[in-house]
Design a protein around this ligand. Structure first.
Ligand code: NAD
Length: 498
């Protein structure tokens, strides 16, 4: 996507009144039943972007009732596959046509650099919706190999009403994975964005309706976690709940399901991704670049960020120096400047949390190699520069716990076995990376690493065609790829006696 706008252009546009701030239910923008609103804050300078309608139990109940009605009426679920595909393709096109507005909302809410919002977040969102659209008339059912006196059809049917609760770090990308797969599967859906990033979802949903998704099939209810998210999680008429967020909150959704209707739950949770760098790493410069970008991109607020560098002692010093040099090219800057590589931390609470962890690391005996002190490229903004810890030991809190900020820890090892043991010694298992020039070792160790994605001699390469999700407490279920549609459909067997 070409980006001809300057910092001044984006700043001017950001000063205009935000067009959509209400809830989006039944194809219309409406106030919350209580009339309540909450402030949406821009982490670039702490200013209030807008007052956003604060949904609660009554609003979620209303959105679920609407979604249930549309599902039962078959306005979407029974529309011909070709027609549903064309509607979603048009939606992808509208997302591209409205890319600048969507990108600016994402940047104002999340503190992402505008170029990333435009070229990564919005571009991926459009591609994801297009990809899910294309699946709709290409997925066939099966006929079972049973005795010839009968015929058994195996078909996929939509689950019904889907609730999706998402975090603030990639609002449009993560929402497009869930809403794209749910709608491709024929369901109706209620999306609950994070309270830090309520705005882009409203335009995303309006564009769906403008493309032809029938009113009430895709609804957005903004609001807080326990009230809005909790009501969706416990609702008796929600058949599937798709969650991305922290492991702590993910576990609540299992509880909510157990206490209500045993709804299907998929969880994409936290991570503490290790880079295992062996002494025969084929190219230390490439590794350094991948390691630095893999932890400092999005200011480290990425679930699979490569936060642990588990490195052979023979190459640690050289690699650390190279990672530091790359990190100097990823310094925080004004989020409206198209040349900025790193933006802000999402909000004050997260900023305090990351700074607290930087203090904990020092108190535990790790040493700061680079960074560690907040900077302020825009007045009132909450920015933390790339921060690298050396002398990190297994078991330290900064080695075990998800910091969710631009903080890398280097853990020095003396053997492959030790590296794999430390890499796997985590409650998380979302991603892992391995750097070696030995093909046999690459296969052997990739099999030993307990993670949903293992990268070898690269990092964070991804595609909508590959599944994404975690082992262990990084979650259950998968976003992306045809496998994700399995999470939004039920298998039905129809057995016919001939
Ligand atoms: P979070 O768990 O605090 O919030 C996520 C969502 O859950 C928000 O919409 C929030 O309003 C809602 N929520 C909060 N408390 C709730 C409750 N008691 N009941 C119901 N809903 C509730 O996570 P976050 O801080 O927004 O995001 C950061 C976390 O998300 C990190 O742990 C990160 O690793 C994880 N994450 C995982 C993936 C993945 O694909 N595995 C992707 C992105 C982020």
């Amino acid at each position: 996507m070409a980006n001809a706008l300057t910092t001044a252009d984006w700043t001017k546009r950001a000063g205009q009144k935000v067009a959509r701030t209400q809830l989006f239910i039944d194809g219309k923008f409406v106030d919350a039943a209580s009339g309540k609103t909450f402030e949406s804050i821009n982490p670039r300078d702490g200013s209030v972007i807008a007052q956003v309608a604060e949904g609660d139990v009554e609003d979620v109940n209303r959105a679920v009732a609407v979604a249930k009605r549309t599902f039962e009426a078959g306005v979407w679920s029974e529309m011909a596959p070709l027609d549903r595909k064309n509607v979603m393709l048009k939606w992808a096109q509208l997302i591209r046509e409205n890319a600048e507005e969507l990108a600016l909302l994402e940047t104002m809410n999340c503190g992402k650099p505008i170029s990333d919002s435009l070229n990564v977040d919005v571009a991926s969102c459009a591609n994801n919706i297009q990809w899910y659209a294309e699946t709709i008339d290409k997925l066939y059912g099966e006929i079972a190999p049973i005795p010839r006196d009968s015929i058994a059809l195996i078909e996929r049917e939509p689950m019904g009403v889907v609730g999706a609760v998402v975090p603030w770090n990639y609002p449009l990308i993560i929402s497009s994975w869930k809403v794209g797969a749910a709608l491709a599967g024929g369901n109706s859906i209620i999306l609950k964005p994070a309270e830090q990033s309520p705005l882009s979802a409203l335009l995303f949903a309006e564009l769906a309706v403008r493309a032809g998704v029938p009113e009430g099939v895709f609804n957005v209810v903004n609001g807080f976690g326990p009230s809005c998210g909790g009501t969706l999680g416990k609702h008796m008429d929600v058949n599937k709940l798709a969650f991305t967020g922290s492991t702590e909150v993910g576990k609540y959704f299992l509880k909510y399901a157990a206490e209500s209707n045993a709804k299907a739950v998929s969880l994409e949770l936290g991570g503490k991704t290790p880079h295992v760098v062996l002494s025969d790493c084929p190219d230390l410069d490439s590794a350094a670049s991948a390691i630095a970008w893999g932890v400092f991109y999005n200011a480290g607020q990425t679930c699979h960020a490569g936060t642990r560098m588990v490195v052979d002692q023979k190459i640690e010093d050289e690699l650390l120096e190279k990672v530091r040099k790359v990190s100097e090219t990823i310094m925080p800057g004004d989020t409206y400047d198209p040349s900025t590589a790193m933006g802000t931390i999402v909000d004050r609470a997260q900023f305090d949390r990351v700074n607290e962890y930087i203090g904990i690391g020092q108190a535990e005996g790790a040493t700061i190699h680079t960074g560690g002190k907040p900077v302020e490229p825009t007045k009132g903004g909450i920015y933390i520069p790339p921060t690298i810890f050396q002398n990190v030991k297994p078991g330290m809190r900064i080695e075990k716990e998800e910091i969710f900020g631009p903080v890398l820890g280097s853990i020095r090892v003396s053997s492959e076995e030790e590296a794999v043991r430390i890499a796997n010694d985590s409650q998380y298992g979302l991603g892992a990376a391995l750097w070696t020039r030995d093909v046999s070792k690459a296969h052997k160790i990739a099999r030993q690493l307990r993670a949903g994605t293992v990268w070898v001699n690269t990092f964070d390469r991804s595609s909508i065609t590959t599944p994404f999700g975690g082992f262990k407490q990084s979650g259950t279920g998968r976003d992306r790829s045809l496998h994700s549609i399995e999470g939004y459909t039920n298998l039905k067997t129809t057995w016919i006696q001939l």
